[in-house]
Design a protein around this ligand. Sequence first.
Ligand code: V07
Length: 257
Amino acid sequence: MFYNKFFKKQTVPKTVAERMDKIKSSVIPRHVAIIMDGNGRWAKKRSLPRVAGHHEGMKVVRNITILANDLGIETLTMFAFSTENWKRPKSEVDFLMNLPEEFLKIYLPELVEKNVKVQMIGDRTQIPKHTLRAVDKAIHDTKNNNGLILNFALNYGSRAEIIHAVKEIAHDLKDGKILEEHISEELFSNYLMTKHLPDPDLLIRTSGEIRLSNFMLWQLAYTEFCFTDVLWPDFDEDEFLKAIEQYQKRSRRFGGI
Ligand code: V07
């Protein structure tokens, strides 16, 4: 075998660490948003109650958070509970509203230690007090961290977010705080719950559903989409790295013209 400057030895990365190094040498998406679907189906396949799938899905949230933090991703938004989810049986809603507390009881010390900053978007008014208390404590305990922003969408609906923004803008117009000619895409973005975050670069939805389900409609205008058939409880490191690798291939094509 002969090598010169034109024929570099090519190796295919195999281990997670090697794949992570290769990923880190290319464009990392700043903001990844995930619709974590398929927990109920995962449970059904195993003849378990739906809530067993939600519980298993919670562990995956931890694993993907740690990996995203290690990759240097700035923000990870996880769609944990939609405004539509209230229509589910009360027992399931109650279980879901206990998950933030359970998650934080187990993982908050690790998140604090790994410099992760917890945040939340969504309508707080209908969320039970005990749930908000746990989430607010996590936000408080991690407010000085400057690693990954772990942003939970809890009781979040994008159309409601947009209507809320429109009302606030109307209010500020009436008060003379802004003028009609000030209304722009940038100003509008600043009335959304994500005003402090860049738009997502990559959206991942698990479990084979190919729709947005009222998630970040404004913010996803230019986002790359990655849909996978894998159910959320089965979504592992390999699946997340595959999604990032796919994103990097696409952005290389886009950048290269
Ligand atoms: C929930 C587990 C993941 C799959 C999708 C639905 C079920 C983590 C949280 C959470 C939320 C806020 C917070 C800390 C943790 C969570 C809900 C559901 C409602 F500050 N997982 N998870 N919240 N699932």
